[in-house]
Design a protein around this ligand. Sequence first.
Ligand code: MEV
Length: 427
Amino acid sequence: MTNSRISGFYNLTLDERRAKLADDSNLTPEDLLPWITGGLSAEAADHMIENVVGMHALPLGIGLNFMVNGKDVLVPFAIEEPSVVAGASFMAKLARAGGGFHATTSEPQMIGQIQVINVANLNEARLKLYERKAELLATADAIDPILKKFGGGARDLEVRVFEDSPIGGFLVIHLIYDVRDAMGANAVNTACEKLAPQIEAITNGKVHLRILSNLADRRIARARCTIPVNELTMGFESFKGETVRDGIIAAWAFAATDPYRAATHNKGIMNGVDAVVIATGNDWRAIEAGAHAYAARSGKYTSLSTWNKDKDGSLVGTLEMPMAVGIVGGATKVHPAAQAAVKLMGVKTASELAEIIVSVGLAQNMAALRALATEGIQRGHMSLHARQVAVAAGASGELIEKVAAQMVAEKVVRVDRAEEILKGMRT
Ligand code: MEV
């Protein structure tokens, strides 16, 4: 069983971290190879997109301390931004004291959209489509026998009427499709295209677009965590837990009220979400599109998360968002680094992966709000940078923190100063 609490991981060398990961997870040293080489050969890349000339790499770091639904999980992050992995790992540590993250998902249902134009009587056509719903669903259901074997397939059909548009009225049919462990775009697009002739015959209209919607609001992942108020002072001894808690709640209220702040607040959530989505070879543009459209579903763009306190005074965070990720197709299947990421987390279904990702998003949001609501974001960045400089100057063990803290206090973060401080501490 994975233990996500690997102490001192940060201070190890790259090789030591890899060895530790192979010891403490279900990955073998061979499984780690794709993360050493980048995982993709130029030949494999040439089969993935057009006009390939090479590869573009990102750092791959491990998020620690995560416990999701009572299970420890080591989380792979593919991201270029400093502080994200450290921030999420630290918040996951605080969340453990309250039982970790509790996460659920809805059924993995995606929506396919079929636009029908040139319809003489929109409402009549709408009702005719409902009358023939069973046969339409049967056609859509038959397109993917494998998906069907695993319990997926067509679930429902909804017809929407748009009376006024720049081209006049048209119909939009929503095909609701259970895609199980796939992201689902292929199955849904195929099903929508397959339905077109039947729909034209029923409506006497012309089928125009047939495409998946990225507003996957029937495929929602939800996470919540409870942080006992005394935990909120950890590493922040100059702040009272209540001050940190109330500061986080006030920061969330800002995002809940103001779209300008909500965009940045949600960007912080996506720092964590996208990093895991990318590490697992999933389509992060689809996740981004779904997240922001969902955040604006009331007509006003707002925060995807909520932060409040419970009757014991603990901080309670929640996050709900669309999570159209898969584990069986696309780059997830062909990219060896993505395969290692899926194996590391031990996920057997797309829903389990979605539950981890939404938990990471919540941890990341809290990391940002905690910093913003107290000492500001720059000091955190500076401390991380200072620790790197301290290590570069030769500090190890406890001295890393001490040297880093002094440089931050002096607001001079340079290797030459770190060397001087280190010398002073050793004599
Ligand atoms: C930076 O990448 C993310 C933050 O701006 C998020 C936020 O402001 O909540 C720190």
